[in-house]
Each structure stands twice: as C-alpha cells, then as structure tokens.
Design a protein around this ligand. Structure first.
Ligand code: NAP
Length: 325
C-alpha cells in the first residue's frame, strides 16, 4: 500500500514542495495512525519551508502539524477504536493521506463539525484562546487589538474576544478582509495599509490605548503596537508573518508599565501542557454548539499544497486554509 504525500525537498519557495508516493507510516507504541480527511495549513509551515523557523525540520520532510480524520490503525498499548473520528496535532507529516499521532493528544471533533473545519481547530484556536486568556488574562470590558484579524488565528481571536465581552479592534490589509472580520464580531476595523493604526486606535480609545494586543505579524507592527497599548497593557507576541521579529523598546515598556509576553504553542505544550490544553473543553463546547465557528476560507487538494502556500504568502487567504487528500 502506498499513499500520496507532500515533501519539502529543500528550503526555498513553494516550488520546493513535491507530491510523491510513500509507504504509510506505522503507529509505534502509544500512537495511532489517522487516515487524513483534512490537513490544516499554518503560517509556520511556510516559515519552516523557507528555512526561517527556529528549530524547524531539515529537508527532506513532510510538513503539516494538524490533521482531522479517522483512526486507521492503533499502536501497542492504545485503547482506541479503528474508525473513530479524531483531530490531532501531529509532529510533522500532516500533508499526507495517513499520519501518525500520539494517542494521548487526540481531540474529539467538536459537535457536528466536518473534517475540514476540525482540521482548523487545534493550532489556531488553541493559540488564540491561550494568547487571550491563559497568557493575556483578558477580562470582560477590555479592549483588544488583533492584527491580521481576518486570518486564521485572527478570525479565532476576534470571535473569542468578542465572546468574552471585549471590545475588538482589528487590522487587515484590505477592505474585503475587514468586512470578513466584522462578520466574526470585530467592532472596529483599521485598514493599516491606508491609515496609521496607532493614530486610529488612539481615536477609538479616547487616547487611552488598548488593554491587549495580539501580534502575529512582528517587525514594525510589534514595535508600533506598543504605542497603541495603554499603561499596564499586555502585548502577546506569537508570530512574525512579516518575516521580521519585533524589537520592542524597553524604555517604552518601563515608563508605560507595559508587558510583552511571548507565546509558542509547541514549546508550551512540552513544558506546560495542562495550561495549554485547559482551553480544550471550552473550545469544544463553543465550537461544538455553534456559538463560534472555525472559518474555513479556502480548501485545496493535497496535490495543490504549493498553490495553497503561495495563496497564503500572497495574503489572499482569510480564515483557515485546508488541504484535502
Ligand atoms: N506562536 C505560536 O504557537 C503560533 C501558532 C499559530 C500561529 N502563529 C503565528 O501567527 C501568525 C498568523 O498565523 P496564521 O496561520 O493564522 O496566518 P494568517 O493570519 O492566516 O496569515 C498571515 C496574515 O499575516 C498578515 N501579514 C502581514 N505581513 C505579512 C507578510 N509580509 N506576508 C504574509 N502575510 C503577512 C496578512 O494579513 P493582512 O493581509 O491582513 O495583513 C496575512 O493574511 C503567524 O505569524 C504564525 O506563525 C504562531
């Protein structure tokens, strides 16, 4: 038996990914093999493919860190049923027809959610929930600034912040993206390519600034976001889609009593798994009963993984982008 898989053969642009045939992986002790029905694409997959990801995999490798599907085989010591629908983070190998996962990390698919939406649940929704609540200590009535508000993490963060009773300000590069983020519950949108987002936040908050910034963009956006943060505000830095890390000015931090908090899902899972996974019951309920929804913006065939990466890199995507084998 062989399966289709996508391989990054060398660091570089999306063209370095090729579709090939391989033997399906075998589940080891404590693992299950999942027949993948949908694989989530994350911006980190792109950073890894470019060779710009701290501690990322070396080519050749199969990318992909989350899948939804059905259990197809179980390894030694695993009490799970073949045929069970599951969603899971995987340690690479998600862009394939079969992937192995640690049985301890398998998640229930919330409610009646389909496989494509489920594949958008673990990485982006845990990140958004963790950054807002477990790391950012969001309280009802606070104001949150979400960068790339129409994106994967952004669309989750906007919905979760709105659900928690926050006032949500979002940024995006186009009016279409802002309109999309408004549908998710964003109260005020800023097209940062046209308007100065710090000045606009100033106007929207009567000169106070926001309580929390969620920043997955990095670079100048990070540095400038400190000016949009009120005294005693918190900025959670969780990514650098711009390709540049931010360099927050510590003088601005200390004079403003402001806090910058770093967040990395994978490392936090290794070191503080209970803190990360504590969000799962609430997320399962909110997504399962339809209060909130994973926004699947675009679906590509597995063989079109390179097109899907380019689509995201060119900033054409909204919500979650998913590969379907
Ligand atoms: N720390 C963690 O554990 C963790 C977990 C998940 C995601 N992340 C990070 O969170 C960020 C968002 O991830 P995502 O998967 O949800 O992606 P995404 O937000 O769906 O896509 C990235 C968005 O970033 C904005 N952007 C700004 N500058 C860009 C540039 N130079 N190139 C491309 N996009 C740019 C674009 O929105 P506009 O067009 O509106 O500007 C784009 O749509 C990424 O930095 C990712 O690495 C981190």
């Amino acid at each position: 038996m062989t399966m289709r898989t996508v391989e990054v053969t060398e660091f570089g642009d999306a063209g370095t990914m090729t579709v090939s045939e391989a033997e399906p992986p075998h589940p080891g002790a404590g693992e299950v093999r999942i027949e993948v029905r949908a694989a989530g694409i994350n911006f980190a997959d792109i950073m890894q493919r470019r060779g710009h990801y701290h501690g990322g995999p070396e080519p050749p490798y199969v990318p992909g860190m989350e899948v939804a599907g059905v259990i197809d085989a179980v390894g030694e010591g695993v009490a799970r049923e073949v045929g069970e629908p599951v969603v899971s983070l995987v340690d690479g190998g998600g862009y394939a027809e079969y992937a192995v996962a640690d049985a301890r990390g398998l998640l229930e698919i919330p409610g009646e959610m389909g496989f494509e939406a489920a594949a958008g649940f673990p990485v982006q929704w845990l990140t958004a929930h963790n950054c807002l609540h477990e790391w950012g200590d969001l309280e009802a009535g606070e104001t949150v600034l979400v960068h790339a508000a129409a994106g994967g993490v952004g669309s989750a963060a906007v919905q979760l912040a709105d659900e928690a009773g926050a006032e949500v300000i979002g940024t995006a590069s186009t009016e279409e993206k802002l309109a999309t983020a408004s549908e998710y519950g964003m109260d005020h949108g800023i097209r940062y390519t046209e308007a100065d987002f710090v000045a606009r936040v100033d106007e929207l908050t009567d000169g106070e600034g926001v309580d929390i910034v969620l920043d997955g963009v990095g670079g100048e956006t990070t540095d400038r976001s400190l000016d949009a943060l009120r005294s005693f505000g918190r900025m959670v830095s969780f990514g650098a889609a711009s390709g540049e890390p931010g360099r927050p000015n510590t003088a601005d931090l200390l004079f403003g009593n402001k806090t910058v908090i770093g967040y990395h899902l994978g490392r936090a899972l290794q070191q503080q798994p209970m803190r990360v996974m504590g969000a799962v019951p609430e997320l399962t309920q909110l997504l399962g009963d339809g209060t909130l929804a994973v926004q699947v913006g675009h679906t590509f065939d597995l063989a079109e993984a390179a097109d899907a990466h380019e689509f995201i890199e060119n900033r054409n995507s909204t919500g979650k982008v998913v590969l379907v084998p």
